[in-house]
Design a protein around this ligand. Structure first.
Ligand SMILES: [Zn+2]
Length: 246
């Protein structure tokens, strides 16, 4: 069996032998609601109790960096350098979540206790962003276990404030730009185009910020997951701008 097949089989086994669910369950059990956290220590626990084990397995040297903005949650950054001649991947993830909204989940689901119903896995952070970065880290571990090396350098950056606007992320990247310098950024965050369609966006390299108010639904809905028609009109706006049609 070639190495790629072996690595893929190792990754598949993570689901069949239950390791993925066990690990995800322990990440979800750590309450990391950045809007309502009592202290930054609550959030930083996610680094030590949630991520450190697998980062060590990946041979990543990590450090916790204070947020450049006072009283905002610290960052975790780390590197595994195999050779200065190799390309470097930077992996991004956020460990914080939106509020738990206890009592508002179907079927008596407790948001910080993982629950599998049918083919779906429920728990706060499963789809944003604990599930995604766990998948990425475990996939990298499968490669490492198979090849005994990655074949590229790996850098990571994790934050605990994405759901409150990523305070200090820009400043941190500016201050540590040499440390974080990479050839590709892998940031698995945001929704898929449909629940059963794996989705890969390429070339997301910048943003233009503007404010647009649309009264579309009652209450708070995540625009990425519940955008519906609004998302379509946004793509029409982009198309229009690209075609210069005003
Ligand atoms: Zn997210």
């Amino acid at each position: 069996m070639i190495l790629l097949d072996q690595a893929l089989e190792k990754s598949r086994n993570l689901f069949s032998d239950g390791e993925f669910i066990t690990k995800l369950s322990s990440l979800v059990s750590l309450v990391t609601d950045s809007k309502n956290s009592m202290s930054n220590d609550d959030l930083t626990n996610y680094y030590s109790k949630g991520l450190l084990g697998i980062l060590v397995e990946l041979g990543i040297q990590t450090k916790i960096i204070d947020n450049p903005i006072k009283n905002c949650p610290p960052f975790l950054i780390g590197t595994r350098i195999e050779s200065s001649k190799l390309k470097t991947m930077l992996l991004y993830g956020h460990g914080d979540t939106v509020p738990l909204q206890e009592g508002q989940w179907n079927d008596g689901i407790c948001p910080n206790e993982l629950k599998i119903i049918g083919e779906k896995i429920y728990g706060r952070g499963v789809a944003d962003n604990k599930g995604q970065h766990l998948i990425n880290l475990l996939a990298l571990r499968s490669v490492l276990k198979t090849r005994k090396k990655l074949g590229f350098n790996l850098k990571v950056i994790f934050e605990m404030g994405e759901e409150i606007g990523s305070p200090g992320l820009f400043e941190l990247c500016e201050q540590h730009k040499d440390y974080l310098k990479s050839d590709v950024l892998i940031a698995s965050d945001g929704p898929r185009v449909a629940i059963d369609v794996p989705t890969l966006f390429l070339g997301s390299r910048g943003a233009i910020n503007f404010e647009l108010e649309v009264k579309y639904r009652e209450g708070a809905h995540h625009s990425g997951n519940w955008g519906g028609r609004f998302k379509r009109s946004w793509s029409q706006v982009v198309t229009c701008v690209e075609r210069n049609c005003g």
